[in-house]
Write a protein that binds this ligand. Structure first.
Ligand code: MRU
Length: 367
């Protein structure tokens, strides 16, 4: 996507074919800071400490981390151990393991001397594929926005299509386009009036700091809301549909995403608002029969709850304590929206019901 008139991705290769550069997302929206990564250990830290985050992006960055290992020592044990190490960086998003397993499957059948080049090419192909997948999700989601816009016009409602989104499932969370934001960017580019309610997404505020920044860069009208505001807006007819991303979807269609997504799905169901989960098929985990108890939920530091950071009027980024000294804080990073609350999953292959039979059938169809 464009930032200050220039094409930018959260991940790009550096010349020489040995290192990549990523946007350090901890600095946004206050500073756009790029960081080079040149070893599996640096990649591990970048994922664990959330310089890079978002399910598809951590998969793509991890794939490059394994390719960096192949440049050092591409023997079977070294490759398998590094993949295992990188998988441990974060537990919830299945794209991490998916990307690493795909790279191993691509590289290990080859002779050791050929592996480094093959691994780097496989990581690059995986990243490019993510762009195409997200563009396709956008086209399928665009049709939903178009249908709502047409219905509004028939009713004489000249207002925009109001989309609510949670967390950041934008281009910063992928290699480009985003998943939940892809239909929005495509609608905006097509000249459809669209407005986005952006959940702030406590405690790390990926909505307020990342999604709002992205939408602002693209000129998409948006309004940041407190996480607790969505239900009220839905009750008053001010949300036409919800688009959210996901970190892992179980075989039965239960969808895991950033903490707070489940509450939005409940409010959407109570108010008849369609609730769509945008899912690259790389995020589907058919090995898990159900998600509510089956998907591992990352527990993060309570400090993310007790403290908040922001920019002062003088431009200094500071961290402030919100809670009394001594109060305990719990910080589950994700929750699971039961399949029954999901209107449909939007995949690169089209819309699919959040049901096991439909999901298995989808995966059996050719791309
Ligand atoms: O903890 P994060 O910021 O990595 O969580 C990200 C999300 O929950 C996103 O919504 C999800 O990964 C989908 S990204 C297209």
């Amino acid at each position: 996507m464009q930032v200050n008139g220039q094409a930018l991705r959260p991940l790009r290769e550096l010349p020489g074919g040995e290192r990549i550069e990523v946007i350090d997302q901890r600095s946004l929206p206050h500073r756009l800071h790029m960081r080079p990564l040149g070893s599996p250990r640096e990649v591990f830290v970048a994922i664990r400490e959330m310089w890079v985050r978002g399910a598809p992006l951590i998969g793509a960055v991890a794939a490059y981390g394994l390719a960096m290992q192949a440049r050092r020592d591409a023997a079977d044990d070294a490759m398998r151990n590094t993949a295992h190490f990188l998988k441990g960086a974060r537990p919830t998003a299945v794209n991490l393991a998916w990307a690493l397993d795909r790279l191993l499957a691509e590289v290990l059948p080859r002779p050791v001397p050929a592996r480094a080049e093959a691994a780097w090419a496989a990581a690059a192909a995986l990243a490019e594929e993510d762009v195409a997948v997200n563009a396709a999700i956008g086209r399928h989601g665009l049709a939903l926005i178009e249908a709502i816009a047409a219905r509004k016009q028939e009713r004489g409602d000249s207002g925009p299509v109001n989309v609510l989104t949670h967390c950041n499932a934008g281009w910063l969370a992928t290699v480009d386009w985003g998943t939940a934001t892809s239909p929005i960017y495509q609608a905006h580019a097509a000249g459809l009036p669209v407005h986005v309610w952006v959940d702030e997404t406590r405690p790390r505020n990926q909505g307020a700091s990342l999604t709002a920044w992205e939408l602002g860069q693209a000129g998409v009208p948006h309004t940041v809301i407190a996480d607790n505001a969505g239900g009220h807006l839905m009750q008053h007819g001010r949300v036409d549909l919800c688009f959210v991303g996901c970190d892992r979807v179980a075989a039965n269609g239960d969808a895991c995403n950033k903490i707070g997504t489940y509450l939005k799905a409940l409010a959407a169901r109570d108010n008849g608002v369609p609730f769509y989960v945008c899912m690259p098929t790389s995020t589907l985990d058919l090995s898990l029969p159900e998600g509510v108890h089956g998907i591992p939920i990352e527990e993060r530091s309570g400090r993310e709850v007790t403290h908040i950071s922001g920019r002062t009027a003088a431009g200094e980024v500071v961290e402030l304590q919100l809670t009394p000294d001594g109060s305990a804080a719990a910080n589950p990073g994700f929750d699971v929206t039961p399949a029954r609350l999901v209107t449909a999953l939007i995949t690169e292959r089209g819309l699919v019901a959040a049901e096991e039979v439909a999901l298995r059938a989808l995966m059996e169809t050719r791309r």
